[in-house]
Write a new protein. Structure first.
Length: 168
């Protein structure tokens, strides 16, 4: 869980996550300092993008598979964190014991990455382990299921910009 404060900005620390699972009741999870806006729960009313190759539009949930690199954009209309920063959500199907490395890279903003397990509990996060201002998380999945990758900008200022997400 890398990352440090730069330029006097506090490092974002999140202890859990509140997430609405489409088609189900809201997943119970401890609420963090960095949670979805209570007026607009993360993922609420949003349908996943239709195919793994589709780039999701503003606020849509994307899909990614192991071995893929996808493009995304943090922009107005995206999910909002409690601090009003933009966030994109990507779904990933994983197997128990599968080792993944997730990279988020951008030349336009300082990336921040979180991984939520199938119940919506945060199991990993990273700020700068990918070098420069990029995120990298290497993790062994504890169970089979649909995981969610949350791409956000570090800090508490709203940032927009393009990024790439790679899962290997």
């Amino acid at each position: 869980m890398g990352g440090s404060a730069r330029g006097g900005r506090p490092r974002r620390v999140a202890a859990g996550w509140a997430l609405v699972v489409l088609g189900c009741a809201a997943a119970a999870a401890p609420l963090p300092a960095q949670q979805a806006d209570p007026g607009r729960p993360l993922g609420a009313g949003r349908e996943p993008a239709p195919a793994a190759s589709a780039v999701p539009g503003p606020g849509e949930i994307g899909r990614i598979r192991v071995g893929q690199t996808m493009r995304g954009v943090l922009e107005p209309g995206d999910q909002l964190m409690a601090d009003s920063t933009f966030a994109d959500v990507w779904e990933l199907d994983g197997a128990a014991g599968e080792k993944l490395t997730i990279d988020v890279r951008s030349d336009e903003f300082d990336t921040f990455l979180q991984l939520l397990d199938p119940s919506g509990t945060k199991i990993g996060e990273d700020d700068d382990s990918g070098g420069d201002l990029n995120s990298r998380l290497t993790i062994v999945l504890p169970a089979a299921g649909r995981y969610r990758i949350v791409v956000n900008s570090a800090g508490h200022e709203r940032r927009a910009g393009r990024y790439t997400l790679t899962v290997r």
